[in-house]
Design a protein around this ligand. Sequence first.
Ligand SMILES: N[C@@H](CCC(=O)N[C@@H](CS)C(=O)NCC(=O)O)C(=O)O
Length: 212
Amino acid sequence: MKLYGHFISVTTLQVVTLLCAKNHRAELVIVDVFAREQKKPQHLARHPFGHIPVIEDDGFWLYETHAILRYLDARLPGPLHSPTVLRDRARMDQWLCIEQNYLVPAAKKIMARDYAKMMGQPDPGEGIVEAGKRELPVALDQFGAWIANKPYVAGDTFSLADICWWAMLRQMSQMKPLDDSRILPWWTRVDGRTECRQAVEILASADPGPRL
Ligand SMILES: N[C@@H](CCC(=O)N[C@@H](CS)C(=O)NCC(=O)O)C(=O)O
């Protein structure tokens, strides 16, 4: 199995975490986002929208993180990371949607100027950052209210929603989501899990070091 991704990518971290939870290793093929390889024909043939991650499993190609996670969860042996109780599963799906549709867009807006600078793109201006700063607290407040005093996002077991929210909040650490005391105990519990530690290490070991 091959995973096309990047060591700085949160979505790559999400997939690697599930692979570790399943005790399965895929070959990490680096798509150099600093060189914008994700927008070049070779990668567009894998992912027509020009993003990572993408997996190739014995000739089967798949992109979109949540689709990949659901596929791998069902495809690989080991504990299931999608609840079997209908309403817990619906709750997992709800928080996966909230992550993708509200949390990630708000965080991307806040990081828009820094990201453009890092990628050598035109400055999108402060307006987008301000919009993100208005939107992010709404998503975080909803999550804080939900996760307070709960072991995991959807029922009593660790699920795909925990993986996605943990990785995303980790990536957003400079926005201080863990200052919310309702979120911190859950995040600390997830962060200490073996699969999360292993995944962070795997991506760190793929990083060749400082870029000029
Ligand atoms: N909807 C996609 C979004 C993936 C995504 O935004 N990936 C980022 C890396 S974490 C990426 O490809 N960034 C480079 C770019 O947008 O050009 C998914 O969930 O897989």
